[in-house]
Write a protein that binds this ligand. Structure first.
Ligand SMILES: Nc1ncnc2c1ncn2[C@@H]1O[C@H](COP(=O)(O)OP(=O)(O)O)[C@@H](O)[C@H]1O
Ligand SMILES: [Mg+2]
Length: 578
């Protein structure tokens, strides 16, 4: 096994540690199994030797021996099977929960680069592969491995010289196994990746089924799916081929050395020194070796799969979570936000999307941000809850560097309605009070009222207990948006960010929302990104962004009079509504 394989195995063993008692019991089971199986060879010896000169004790002893041996073997099988499964399943459970918990804390950048299908496949498929290595494979290795060791010891004890000759082929077997292992691991990586692709393509096409159908893209998606599934099949067949070839090759090597052994053992000089019983026992023990050797070579594939999957999972666990070294816990923020010379790019190899932004928002101020799509509005506000960090400059909240706050408590103080509304497949009440155990019903209803959502919720047959379907499919766009706003209101945070929260609303509900906003904004610092300018005319200040810069700011009136970019935008929208 290679170095990295060892390191991985050691790390996996770390997960076994808490369950060492069960593991020890399993080992006891393996030892009992191996010992009783080895005894089979000894039994052959007694049988043959006994047949030559039978006596009464022998007649009684041999059947008893058979029963005891199988009883012991049964006990060994039970202990090892049950307790290995016990340990293995715990390892899987722990690993799976750890991977999931880690995913919950990875930075936004990570999710920009990975499809959810690939990630889902890690917590399901990959973890199951590790289960294969951790339970079945370890079981076989320990059980059959100990059996092989038992047999070899017995052989050495019976006739060490012959045994050493017999073992002469082991280095060759080792080379074969080593080569095959590496190949297995390489292929397994590809299989696991292709399984992620399968999940990814399927979930994309299934959740976007409407787009697929309106574009008549069924055939296209089917082809795409067939391609990834075919790749999975091809890689799996390579694995099957390796498996199918390697096992007979190794067995052939064992058989050749067996033949050599028999030939040697029949040499008159050697025959003279052994009783027929000893001779038969020796051959039996050597022959018994074939089954465990076969199983060991076959299980090798599973082990390599598990190692490949484990390396993938450990790689994921080793990714640094969101930086959260800030220690300050905001007690009560008044909500002053200072953006100080902030520039930002999504990655080092990408262009800056924000350039030297400086902005001070007073507590309780309502600031609107407008500008073309792609001008960096969403990016700017995503820096507040620290989904990303400024590449240059800093952000202060209540005069404290946002980085100095602990992440969780900081986010507790920011209400956010993002451009893409996310609803969970739960009741309306649970969606509004998301993340809160036993929420206050009256507060939920008040929030819905303020977001003008109660008007449609009351009309639903089950009211607040209506389940909204995956991502709220049972609701209209405007309804979903109002729920998202209600959720932000319910959170009652001193800083509120609305990213195009009213873009999906019709003119009438938009007017409602406008009123709601006026109510909601009282006593909080609010940043509103708006597409339709009519919604933000009453903002204390309006910023106009273009290509990552703030190019204008002022009140609605002042900006109109200035006759710049805002005035032009306004003119455009005014004409449209005419
Ligand atoms: N996750 C991301 N990774 C890389 N680039 C991004 C990402 N999100 C947005 N961008 C880029 O950043 C720029 C600003 O986008 P955004 O802030 O969403 O604009 P707006 O909200 O004003 O429409 C765009 O050029 C966009 O392509
Ligand atoms: Mg945006």
């Amino acid at each position: 096994m290679t170095d990295s394989g060892w390191i991985l195995y050691k790390r996996l063993l770390g997960y076994v540690k808490p369950h060492w008692r069960a593991f020890a019991l399993a080992i006891v089971g393996f030892v009992i199994y191996a010992a009783s199986s080895t005894a089979l060879a000894e039994m052959m010896k007694r049988l043959i030797d006994g047949i030559q000169n039978p006596d009464a004790a022998f007649r009684f002893f041999l059947p008893l021996f058979v029963v005891i041996m199988f009883a012991a073997r049964g006990l060994g099988t039970f202990l090892s099977t049950y307790f290995m499964a016990y340990v293995g399943r715990y390892v899987i459970h722990t690993l799976r929960c750890e991977v999931f918990a880690h995913l919950l804390h990875l930075p936004g950048r990570f999710f920009d680069n990975h499809s959810s299908g690939q990630l889902v496949s890690r917590v399901t498929y990959h973890v199951e592969q590790v289960a294969g290595a951790a339970t079945n494979a370890v079981t076989v290795i320990l059980r059959e491995g100990l059996f092989v060791i038992g047999l070899i010891s017995y052989l050495l004890w019976t006739n060490w010289m012959l045994t050493l000759l017999f073992l002469g082929v082991t280095p060759i077997i080792g080379v074969v196994v080593n080569y095959v292992s590496k190949r297995f691991r390489r292929i397994s990586k590809r299989i696991q990746h292709s399984m992620g692709d399968v999940t990814h393509v399927a979930s994309e096409a299934l959740s976007g089924y409407r787009v697929v159908r309106t574009h008549g893209a069924e055939a296209y998606e089917q082809q795409r799916f067939e391609r990834v599934s075919e790749e999975n099949r091809r890689q799996s067949m390579k694995e099957a081929m390796t498996r199918a070839v390697s096992s007979p090759v190794i067995l052939m090597l064992v058989a050749i050395s067996m033949a050599f052994l028999v030939w040697l053992a029949m040499a008159p000089a050697l025959m003279d020194n052994m009783t027929p019983g000893e001779f038969v026992a020796f051959i039996t023990a050597a022959a018994l070796m074939i089954k465990p050797v076969r199983q060991l070579t076959e299980i090798n594939g599973d082990i390599q799969k598990g190692i490949a999957a484990a390396s993938e999972l450990f790689g994921l666990l080793d990714l640094t979570p969101e930086q959260d070294e800030g220690k300050r816990i905001p007690e009560k923020l008044i909500g002053e936000v200072v953006i100080d010379n902030v520039s930002f790019r999504y990655a080092d190899d990408q262009p800056y999307v924000l350039h030297d932004i400086s902005l001070t928002v007073a507590p309780g101020e309502l600031v609107a941000i407008v500008g073309r799509s792609g001008s960096g509005k969403s990016t700017l506000v995503s820096l507040l809850p620290r989904f990303y960090r400024p590449s240059k400059g800093r952000i202060l909240i209540d005069d404290i560097n946002a980085d100095d706050f602990a992440l969780g408590p900081l986010r507790q103080h920011i209400g956010l309605v993002s451009q893409q509304v996310t609803l969970f497949n739960a009741t309306i009440a649970d969606n509004i009070a998301y993340g809160i155990a036993n929420p206050d019903r009256a507060a939920i209803e008040a929030a819905a009222e303020a977001a003008y959502a109660s008007e449609f919720i009351d009309k639903l047959p089950q009211g607040y207990d209506t389940v909204v379907g995956e991502n709220g499919v049972m609701l209209s766009g405007g309804q979903r948006q109002r729920l998202a706003i209600a959720r932000a209101i319910f959170k009652n945070a001193p800083i509120l960010v609305l990213d195009e929260a009213t873009s999906a609303l019709d003119t009438e509900s938009e007017r409602y929302i406008q009123k709601a906003l006026e109510y909601v904004c009282k006593g909080r610092t609010t940043l509103v990104i708006a597409h339709r300018l009519s919604t933000i005319e009453r903002a204390d200040r309006i910023l106009v962004m273009e290509q990552g810069r703030i190019i204008e700011q002022g009140t609605h009136q002042a900006l109109l009079e200035a006759g710049g970019a805002y005035a032009a935008l306004h003119q455009l929208q005014f004409q449209e509504s005419e």
